[in-house]
Ligand binder design. Structure first.
Ligand SMILES: [Zn+2]
Length: 469
């Protein structure tokens, strides 16, 4: 690779001529770059120099020699690994991951009223943003919540120490979910294509990145009628240049979602093995597939008292949330009936084997898989739950490089940032993670974050986490 420092000097000169203050420069020396868009030996580039000026990568590669501008920050990258910033393609900021965050699944209103829980989540946003950065995550997709989700995106844009964010607003849903109905419900029941269009229009005024459908198909429901509702939502989204995200966890329903125009399936197919027709529909739609493997078991793990924080969670989850995970500490008379039953049974909880086999099949078919946790749901914590998810992806048979690709190169598509993020190369946004260990040797090495860089600004995870305690 031949890289010309002249391009870099030229960029600095251009900013000087334009009368702007020269952009701050950071240089990472000697690190191994992992290129998630490449395969084999090409994915690993040792002994590199990375030059960041302002929010962009100016140069990245081997054999770069340049005279450093005054005030440049130098990071010794020897023995370290640089990857693009990670993206979680499925999160929810109105939920915290703790016991009290989904009263529709487990009603703990007697312990913490739901309104208080949601108010806490809103007030805690800046800390939650920092937790994401501390875990190497520089981009998140909030795929559905109250209308104030759009304010969360505004806040993230206005906050330096926050990941980039794309959002959907309230879910266009087949069913109501009254326990979550505060004054601004995250889930709205829609009964016809006309109603779907009307809600999509209300959302489009807020410039969503996605219109989201909660495609719940129960026995006795008319699938064709439901598909027409999803299609109406999708058509409205597409007419406005927006994408359609669909929750559809059964094969039959996921196929209907794709026929209706889904651009991203925000979950795995969990109920039965996927087939050729499903793969063909994904290909035809150029759809993204977000597995969310861990969340499938996380509710039951917590509600049966079997959830334990991982070392990564102990280190880098929100301490306020870690303190509110233990169902055994809830007085017996305040436990919902369902929870009492879970605790009494304490059934061993297996990972979702069907979904894991489906992930491997979808990956091998060349479908773009995007890593996503569904963080915010009970037991799936903002930030470090990515490591639980990526471990399960590896256990499904994906290579560490494929897992990394799903959280970077492929995920740039979720973010609408194709060509701008997802690789470590000249001209891309400087969203990077410096790791202390090789992520291709073991996906868990992705948790060894030495520094996170977002938009050219360098963050020390320890300092981020200290600042929220
Ligand atoms: Zn979700």
């Amino acid at each position: 690779m031949s890289i010309k420092p002249a391009a870099f000097i030229g960029a600095l000169l251009a900013s000087a001529l334009a009368g702007a203050a020269p952009a701050p420069v950071t240089v990472i020396n000697g690190a191994t770059i992992i290129h998630p868009s490449k395969n084999g030996a090409a994915a690993v580039e040792e002994g590199t120099t990375i030059v960041i000026a302002g929010d962009k990568i100016q140069l990245a590669g081997r054999g770069i020699t340049l005279e450093l501008p005054q005030g440049a920050k130098i990071i010794d990258g020897r023995g370290k690994f640089v990857i693009p910033g990670l993206v979680d393609s499925h999160v929810h900021f109105f939920q915290s991951g703790n016991l009290y965050t989904r009263p529709d699944a487990a009603d703990f209103n007697a312990v913490v009223p739901y309104a208080q829980e949601v108010a806490r989540n809103k007030a805690r946003l800046d800390a939650t943003f920092k937790i994401w950065l501390a875990n190497g995550v520089t981009g998140v997709a909030d795929v559905g919540g109250p209308f104030w989700n759009y304010d969360v995106r505004d806040r993230a844009v206005a906050t330096a120490a926050a990941p980039r964010m794309v959002v959907a607003g309230p879910l266009i849903s087949m069913i109501a979910d009254p326990p979550l109905d505060l004054d601004d419900p995250p889930i709205i029941r829609i009964g016809s294509p006309e109603e779907a269009r009307a809600l999509a229009e209300r959302e489009l005024k807020r410039n969503p990145d996605f219109i989201k459908v909660w495609f719940i198909h129960q026995e006795g429901d008319d699938l064709a009628k439901q598909e027409a509702i999803v299609k109406a939502a999708g058509d409205a989204a597409h007419a406005a240049g927006k994408r359609l995200a669909v929750h559809a966890t059964e094969l039959l329903v996921a196929k209907a979602a794709l026929r209706a125009g889904a651009d991203i399936l925000v979950h795995s197919v969990f109920d039965e093995p996927v087939d050729d027709e499903f793969i063909a529909l994904l290909k035809e739609r150029h759809a993204l597939y977000c597995p969310t493997l861990f969340v499938w078991t996380s509710y039951e793990l917590v509600l049966s008292g079997q959830w334990k924080a991982t070392p990564e969670e102990e280190r880098s989850a929100d301490p306020e949330i870690l303190a509110a995970m233990d169902v055994n500490k809830v007085p017996a008379d305040k436990r919902p009936e369902r929870v009492a039953k879970f605790i009494a049974e304490r059934k061993p909880i297996e990972p979702p084997k069907v979904a894991m086999a489906n992930l491997k099949r979808v990956q091998d078919a060349g479908i773009p898989v995007v890593m996503g946790t569904d963080a915010g749901n009970i037991g799936t914590l903002h930030g470090p739950s990515i490591y639980r998810e990526m471990r399960l992806m590896a256990e499904s048979g994906l290579t560490p490089l494929e897992v990394l690709r799903s959280a970077t190169w492929n995920a740039a598509k979720t973010m609408g940032l194709e060509g701008k993020t997802g690789e470590v190369q000249e001209g891309m946004l400087a969203d990077l993670v410096i790791l202390d260990a090789d992520p291709l040797a073991d996906v868990m090495n992705l948790s060894h974050v030495y520094r996170t860089i977002k938009g050219g600004v360098v963050y020390d995870p320890k300092e981020l986490l200290e600042s929220i305690r």
